[in-house]
Ligand binder design. Structure first.
Ligand code: SF4
Ligand code: SF4
Ligand code: SF4
Ligand code: FES
Length: 378
């Protein structure tokens, strides 16, 4: 263990802890662009520089290991001046489109440009990357907003293991590239969207949110992804009660900032116009029970015809009480006629553990059968 003092506050940390990490433990935020707590430090942006007592030069805190007795300052006039210079260099190669940019309000470059008062570059503006790639249904790659922080490359390599992208070219030619700059679909990308999640600027953005609203106009709701039993936490950004995009949050206990393709992009069913919102009973049965005056007949658009039938041709919407009474009656009749083992229960990975527990209890104690399985095993 070593003890360091940062901005007058002392902390004991494991040997090998960086000054950036120790500062975060103390609740001190050091400005950063290329650093991300889940990724290796690349030391590329130089915004996280700090002063270390006894050393003349400035050190990037994301790569500086804490040493016993070290005294560090994260704020000073000199540091502010240097950070302003770093941001000035970034915006000399970046269109400051914040007024029309979907990322405004959630962009780290904008945040630091604001905090350090950099409204324009003092150099000749030269935006060297102009590629705009709209080659997949999930995210857009707008290279003019890329600051080459490399977060996307590192997350893809270190966390996802897909190695779909790499920093290619040199100098002004540098850019994030798929093999041979081909479409994303031809790379090893699995469309997890983790690169979009960690990108600090508008260089990677979900297709679904483009032009649909500013960050501060969006409501946010945290929930649990319904797709599998892992139970990842997901945060939906909504406009007018419709989901615009999904992301994970650093404090999510199971998944941190990461989601798979289904959790990140498979949410359109939630407000899909064809989503069922009420129980439905087969029309022939509903007619028998007196719930509809219209008898069932083979719809013109039946499976025997070329077109798929419409759901309302074959089903009648009913209330929950009616639907549950009917199911209970049918189950009871079946047990009476054919015994409890004539029934089988299949539980869902979309339910919670508690719901699945209650379901197996119902099957075993209520119906009287051990014929039970779970879709996660299929
Ligand atoms: S990416 Fe950030 S800095 Fe660039 S235009 Fe958008 S909000 Fe502004
Ligand atoms: S979506 Fe996932 S797999 Fe594809 S490039 Fe981004 S991080 Fe890599
Ligand atoms: S695309 Fe985003 S995360 Fe990747 S290097 Fe550019 S700015 Fe960084
Ligand atoms: S955050 Fe440390 S060098 Fe970029």
């Amino acid at each position: 263990m070593v003890t360091v003092t940062i901005d007058g506050k002392s902390i004991q940390v494991e040997t090998g802890t960086t000054v950036m990490e120790a500062a975060r433990d103390l609740g001190i935020e050091i400005p950063h662009l290329c650093y991300h707590p889940e990724l290796s430090a690349s030391g590329g942006c130089r915004l996280c520089i700090v002063e270390v007592e006894g050393r003349a030069g400035l050190e990037p805190s994301c790569q500086l290991a804490c040493a016993d007795g070290q005294v560090v300052r994260t704020q000073s006039k000199r540091l502010s001046q240097m950070r302003r210079e770093v941001i000035d260099l970034f915006v000399s190669d970046h269109p400051l489109d914040c007024v029309i940019c979907d990322k405004a309000g959630a962009c780290l470059l904008q945040k630091y440009a604001y905090e350090y008062g950099v409204s324009e570059t003092s150099y000749d503006l030269e935006v060297s990357r102009s590629l705009f790639q709209d080659d997949n249904p999930f995210f857009l790659r707008d290279h003019k907003y890329c600051i080459l922080c490399g977060r996307c490359v590192r997350v893809c390599n270190e966390v996802i293991g897909a190695d779909a992208i790499e920093l290619a070219g040199r100098g002004f030619e540098s850019h994030v590239a798929t093999p041979f700059d081909g479409p994303m679909i031809d790379s090893s990308c699995i469309f997890c969207g983790s690169c979009v999640q960690v990108c600090p600027t508008a260089a990677l953005m979900p297709v679904s949110r483009r032009g649909k609203g500013r960050e501060w106009d969006l409501d946010r709701i945290k929930t649990i992804c319904g797709y599998c039993g892992v139970g990842c936490q997901v945060e939906y950004a909504l406009k007018d009660s419709r989901i615009l995009y999904a992301q994970a949050t650093p404090d999510a206990p199971v998944n941190g900032e990461f989601l798979c393709t289904k959790g990140r992009y498979g949410w359109d069913f939630a407000t899909h116009p064809e989503r069922l919102t009420t129980p439905m009973i087969r029309r022939d049965m509903a007619y028998e029970l007196g719930l509809t005056d219209e008898p069932w007949h083979l719809p013109d658009a039946s499976p025997l015809a070329v077109q798929q039938p419409k759901i309302e041709d074959s089903f009648v919407p009913v209330g929950w009480d009616t639907a549950l009474d009917l199911v209970a009656q049918k189950l009871a009749d079946t047990v009476k006629e054919n015994g409890p083992d004539s029934i089988m229960g299949l539980a869902s990975a979309r339910c919670t553990n508690e719901e699945n527990y209650v379901f197996q209890k119902f099957m075993r104690a209520g119906i009287g059968t051990n014929n039970l399985d779970h879709c996660a095993r299929l």
